[in-house]
Design a protein around this ligand. Structure first.
Ligand code: NAG
Ligand code: NAG
Ligand code: NAG
Ligand code: CU
Length: 353
């Protein structure tokens, strides 16, 4: 009896500690048409809350998200929580006509799910027709126990603008296409860094369908996580992310005060298929070198040499560098063989959902 009490006490303490930390976060996403000016033209794009990229959600591992999505756009829409392991909440996953019917224009719906056992970078995006070209944002999951002591954190979201089946007009980093496109250089994303700092970059490939290379001139990148899982750290000069993938990297301010481009461009395997061979850039700017007024001309940023669009050897070398942090213990004795069947059912969505 004495032993039993002691055990249940420990259990209770652990349980309280976990539940005391976990919170329910509530957010409201209004899907709406928003005017943005890009590449010398004004476009009416669909956004969440008028923001492009959409709001960044920051949670602690174990938190529950309750997101009310109100559709004020002319299109059906759903939101997909990319990479979130939906444990017993599969219907909150989002893809329209797969896990749920779309939210009709004028309609709304509340997604409720818990992020558990995932730390790092996830993201969310529309999952109806090609609305994810502009409807997306980051979802950052922090550790409950480790405090994050990087000096600065930035998100890099490369995405693609323009109509989906057509070859895109531009790629963007944090919704800005950067200095190498027309009418774009004033708004180019600037990422500040200080000499001696170690910063965490959260890189998300939010492009519609394209794998992308990502490189920063004169800086090594240390990969520490991918898709909200820690990895055994490794250092590389270039990343390649498939569409939807995320990679967390550390970057050190180990250069003299200066400006360096961070650039992303297509990795294209298909032969003779048309693709957008342009490069999007942001500027990694040492705080010393920054011009407060933003009107002055800082030194011209240094451009990294990106791999050739078809450089599969670089991609293979990069992909093969990923290792888990510790040996994964996999059960090798099989007690039970399971047999799964998968069925397909066709149901129409109710007309007025
Ligand atoms: C796609 O490309 C075709 C042919 O160039 C063009 O007529 C059409 O307007 C483009 N669609 C969009 C949405 O830009
Ligand atoms: C990559 O494309 C270039 C032409 O653009 C070609 O000369 C080269 O052989 C290609 N390399 C590979 C590995 O396919
Ligand atoms: C919107 O969704 C409804 C189902 O809820 C579907 O019947 C309709 O075809 C969809 N509209 C478009 C334009 O896809
Ligand atoms: Cu996705």
């Amino acid at each position: 009896m004495g032993i039993f009490n002691k055990f249940s006490f420990i259990f209770l303490v652990i349980f309280l500690a976990l539940s005391a930390n976990a919170e329910v976060q509530r957010h409201r996403f209004v899907i709406q048409a928003t005017k943005v000016k890009r590449l010398c033209k004004t476009h009416n794009i669909i956004t969440v809350n008028g923001m492009f990229p959409g709001p960044t959600l920051e949670i602690k591992n174990g938190d529950t998200l309750e997101v009310q999505v109100v559709n004020k756009a002319r299109y059906n829409v759903t939101i997909h929580w990319h990479g979130v392991r939906q444990m017993r909440t599969g219907w909150a996953d989002g893809p329209d006509f797969v896990t749920r019917c779309p939210i009709r224009p004028g309609g709304s719906c509340t997604y409720r799910f818990t992020v558990q056992g995932q730390e790092g970078t996830l993201w969310w995006h529309a999952h109806s027709s090609w609305l994810r070209a502009t409807v997306y944002g980051a979802l950052e999951s922090f550790s409950v126990t480790n405090t994050n002591d990087y000096d600065d954190q930035s998100e890099m979201e490369a995405t693609r603008t323009g109509a989906a089946p057509n070859v895109s007009d531009a790629y963007t980093i944090n919704a800005q296409s950067g200095d190498l496109y027309k009418c774009s250089s004033k708004e180019t994303t600037v990422v500040p860094i200080d000499s001696g700092e170690t910063n965490l970059l959260r890189v998300i490939n939010a492009a519609l369908n394209q794998p992308l290379f990502f490189k920063v001139a004169n800086h090594k990148l240390t990969v520490v996580g991918a898709d909200a899982s820690y990895t055994k750290p490794f250092t590389t000069s270039v990343l390649m992310l498939g569409p939807g993938q995320t990679t967390d990297v550390l970057i050190q301010g180990d250069q003299p005060p200066s400006r360096h481009y961070m650039a992303a461009r297509d990795y294209q395997r298909a032969q003779n298929a048309p693709f957008d061979n342009t490069a999007t850039t942001a500027i990694l700017e040492y705080k010393f070198a920054s011009c407060a007024a933003k009107k002055c001309n800082g030194p011209t940023p240094i451009m990294p040499s990106l791999p050739a669009y078809n450089d599969t050897n670089t991609v293979t070398a990069f992909s093969q560098s990923f290792r888990s942090r510790e040996k994964a213990e996999v059960p090798t004795d099989i007690d039970e063989s399971l047999f799964f069947t998968i069925g397909l059912e066709l149901n129409n969505c109710p007309p007025n959902l």
